[in-house]
Design a protein around this ligand. Structure first.
Ligand code: KG4
Length: 336
């Protein structure tokens, strides 16, 4: 089954053609990073306008690169939640129009379910059930993936997402936006014990997490150093920060894996590209005996191939939308 997928939930416009949920025939991403960099973060209104300019051309390009014709498409999948509402609406409206014009079924896809499905593209043998750590700019959650379309949150952040924390700290350091990649590279060769940073625990909710205290501690440390005219050891600071984030995410993921007993752990989202988190998960899974599934770096960040992959499984489960499909800024993953 050939699905044209559309993604526009944040600052990347993306279109892809995916066959049977696992084979990517084409994947095109148009990043707006350059545009938002001057503001140090995503400006929602600009994001929406850029999606409007890009979406139609990208869909054409994805179809052309797939080697298929419009008549070979069998469904349209689209991210309809969660995300910046104006941005998501652009993709949803384009997909509705395309489905109507081509007389194809329309499949609504939850963005975080898409991130999880990126693992199906990388690992042809991965099948639910498994536990998935979902970490991106807007999400930090440990998800119980019971089946391709039945999932629920086992634990999640009470405040900031891990990616948001990377981005804010990087912004104050002035090392670029989005900050996760630059922080990761900066940490190379740093001493991860040099700076003592807090790890928060949520009493009575062992799988939940919190990053706002870590963010504040980092910002205070940076500002104090600036006020005293002291130079921070940046690689060691970035390494200490990466370790604090990983120390929060990895043990909780492993505890969730222990509780569920599936023997399979996956990770998903932009922060899944982080080398420290990947390395710590490898070590933890070697110790526990769980099989670890890491998505290829290409599929960690936002893309439409992952939406096409999840869209296929949503389609098999009978999920369809009409022209009344709406976009949602927030939506529980268990609702699909
Ligand atoms: O999945 P994604 O592209 O967009 C959302 O759905 O949010 O994730 C973007 C997030 C940003 O916060 C970015 O800083 C972070 O992923 N990120 C990383 C790395 N690469 C991207 N965080 C840590 N280490 C990285 N290597």
């Amino acid at each position: 089954m050939n699905i044209l997928a559309i993604e526009s939930s944040c600052d990347d416009t993306a279109a892809a053609v995916v066959r049977d949920g696992r084979t990517v025939l084409s994947s095109c991403v148009s990043s707006q990073i350059e545009m938002h960099t001057i503001y140090g973060g995503v400006v929602p209104e600009i994001a929406s306008r850029k999606h409007v300019e890009a979406v139609s051309g990208l869909a054409d390009l994805a179809l052309e690169r797939s080697g298929l014709a419009k008549k070979d498409l069998e469904a349209i999948a689209v991210t309809y939640a969660p995300g910046l509402i104006g941005a998501v609406l652009v993709g949803v409206n384009f997909a509705k129009g395309a489905a109507l014009a081509l007389d194809l079924p329309l499949i609504p896809v939850h963005h975080v379910r898409g991130h999880i499905a990126a693992n199906y593209i990388t690992h042809p043998d991965l099948e639910p059930p498994f536990v998935c750590l979902c970490v991106s700019g807007g999400t930090s959650a440990i998800v119980d993936v019971r089946s391709y379309t039945e999932m629920s949150i086992l634990g999640g952040t009470r405040d900031d997402a891990a990616g948001e924390c990377f981005d804010k700290v990087a912004r104050v350091l002035g090392i670029g936006y989005p900050g996760g990649g630059p922080m990761d590279r900066l940490s190379e060769g740093g001493d991860d014990t040099r700076y003592e940073l807090p790890r928060a625990h949520v009493h009575g909710a062992d799988l939940d997490m919190s990053f706002s205290g870590l963010k504040t501690a980092c910002l205070n440390l940076i500002h104090n150093a600036q006020q005293k005219g002291e130079q921070l050891d940046l690689p060691s600071f970035a390494a200490s920060f990466g370790r604090a984030v990983s120390d929060t995410l990895v043990p909780r993921t492993m505890e969730a894996a222990r509780q569920m007993g599936y023997g399979k752990v996956a990770v998903a989202g932009g922060v899944a590209a982080n080398r420290r988190i990947r390395a710590d998960l490898v070590k933890a899974c070697q110790a526990s005996g769980d099989r670890l599934f890491l998505p290829e770096l290409t599929w960690c960040g936002d893309n439409a191939a992952m939406i096409g992959s999840q869209g296929y499984y949503e389609y098999l489960a009978g999920r369809r939308a009409g022209t009344d499909l709406n976009a949602f800024a927030t939506r529980d993953i268990s609702l699909g």
